[in-house]
Design a protein around this ligand. Structure first.
Ligand SMILES: *[C@@H]1O[C@H](CO)[C@@H](O)[C@H](O)[C@H]1NC(C)=O
Length: 433
């Protein structure tokens, strides 16, 4: 859109005597663009909630429809796993911020600063700020893998991406980090005893944490209470894993109907945990503290619960997925911290937007979605507009109607801009000429 406007402006700005007036018009127009007047306002969602937009599927709606869908459930943050230009363009002026991933296969080439600069030009500078790119996640769960070259390359790649952003002046608006698997912890219980695998800590994490602190970036982790439950359904309380236990702040929520309260007390701190997710996040905080980095913020880059699984996958049901994700969303909306960091509101990206049919592995892997590929909700996770949550109301009709409506709004904005340009330049300038 901006390019389109500028291409209109350039020939006009060559009219010589009225350049001052044109400059004024241009700055007004620019101010309008910069103030993001063109961005539709996203509803009352919480800034603590994001949704991972995975695309390992052959049947997903086009990205512009995905942006509409996110707006309808008032989610204003998403994360994509690679810098896909169709997606980045579709999210321009959407009011939705995008965290962009770099696949593990692309990390090593970025140890060359020139390549990193090239990457930032092609994948960030081309779209930003029209597309609100808020962060870059370099690689995914690298330290729990077995590629030692990749592990060595990760920090230099992150540093080069940061330098490339800095050269462009983007470094204060676009953060750089990398998501970790929980497998980098050797101890996670009790939470206060949380510690990283010693080898990973000394070789890779210590220098990385120093860098994250320097650039003010969060430590990103992918905790899945579902995995703990699936591995030990006899010993792990389902209620505790689903964050469905009552606590002071959740007492009035839906789960209060249940009178059973599962809680775990950390013997070292006396802190009481009502859900496994909090315990898992606090174990990471304790591990960071162990290395002297308790000031670095932990952000959940992925968490979720599958709604369908194989017969041997305990807990993968629609009810449990619904309970986990709606409890999580409600909690993020309250801006609640964890017991060890009560003043730091938890931020999390739910995995995932869609059920992804091409994901390998057990059945559960293809059923983490809040939505089915046709855009219908997989279950009610608590953010659906009423028109979407009723199963008798054909969602697709509603969806296509609202999509048309938003296109009409876009069209009228374009018309307004066209008439602004006409007034500003063609009429006023020629009258004064
Ligand atoms: C980018 O996303 C679009 C839409 O989902 C998809 O059709 C296309 O294959 C993707 N491109 C790449 C390079 O993955």
């Amino acid at each position: 859109m901006e390019t389109f406007l500028l291409s209109l402006l350039v020939p006009l700005s060559t009219i010589p005597p009225r350049s001052l007036r044109i400059c004024l018009c241009m700055s007004i127009l620019r101010a309008l663009l910069i103030s993001k007047l063109l961005s539709p306002v996203v509803g009352a969602g919480t800034s603590n909630l994001g949704v991972n937009y995975g695309m390992v599927a052959d049947n997903l709606p086009p990205p512009n429809e995905v942006a509409e869908l996110l707006k309808q459930i008032s989610v204003s943050k998403t994360r994509i796993y690679s810098a896909n230009s169709t997606v980045l363009m579709a999210f321009a002026y959407s009011g939705i911020s995008v965290t962009v991933g770099i696949g593990n296969e692309d990390v090593s080439s970025l140890t060359d600063l020139f390549n990193a600069q090239q990457w930032v030009e092609t994948n960030i500078a081309q779209y930003y700020p029209a597309t609100d790119i808020s962060g870059i996640l370099v690689g995914n769960e690298v330290f729990s893998g077995d590629d030692s070259q990749l592990k060595n390359d990760l920090l230099p790649a992150m540093q080069n991406i940061y330098t490339a952003l800095k050269n462009r002046g983007f470094e204060n608006d676009v953060f750089v980090s990398t998501p970790h698997s929980q497998a980098i912890l050797s101890t996670s219980f009790p939470p206060s005893a949380g510690a990283f695998v010693p080898d990973i800590a000394s070789k890779y994490l210590a220098p990385m944490l120093k860098f994250l602190r320097e650039i003010g970036s969060p430590f990103m982790v992918n905790p899945y209470p579902y995995f703990a439950y699936k591995a030990n359904p006899q010993t792990v309380s389902l209620q505790y894993a689903l964050s469905a236990s009552t606590s002071l702040s959740t007492a009035s929520q839906t789960v209060a109907a249940s009178s059973i309260t599962t809680s775990v007390t950390d013997p070292n701190t006396g802190l009481i945990y009502y859900n496994l997710l909090d315990a898992e996040v606090d174990a990471v905080y304790a591990a960071l503290e162990g290395l002297g980095y308790s000031d670095i913020k932990v952000v959940v880059s992925e968490t979720g619960w599958p709604s369908v699984g194989d017969p041997d996958e305990a807990g993968a049901t629609v009810q449990n997925a619904q309970a986990y994700n709606s409890n999580l969303i409600a909690r993020l909306e309250r801006g609640q911290g964890t017991p060890a960091k009560p003043d730091v509101p938890l931020q999390a990206f739910i995995f995932a937007m869609f059920n992804e049919d091409l994901k390998p592995g057990p059945t559960s892997e293809r059923h983490y979605g809040l939505f089915n590929p046709d855009g219908t909700p997989a279950y009610d996770f608590g953010l659906l507009p009423t028109s979407m949550s009723s199963p008798v109301d054909p969602y697709s009709v509603y969806y296509h109607m609202s999509s048309c409506a938003s296109q009409l709004v876009t069209l009228s904005i374009s018309l307004a801009i066209t008439s602004f340009i006409t007034n500003c330049f063609l009429i006023q300038c020629s009258l004064l000429y």
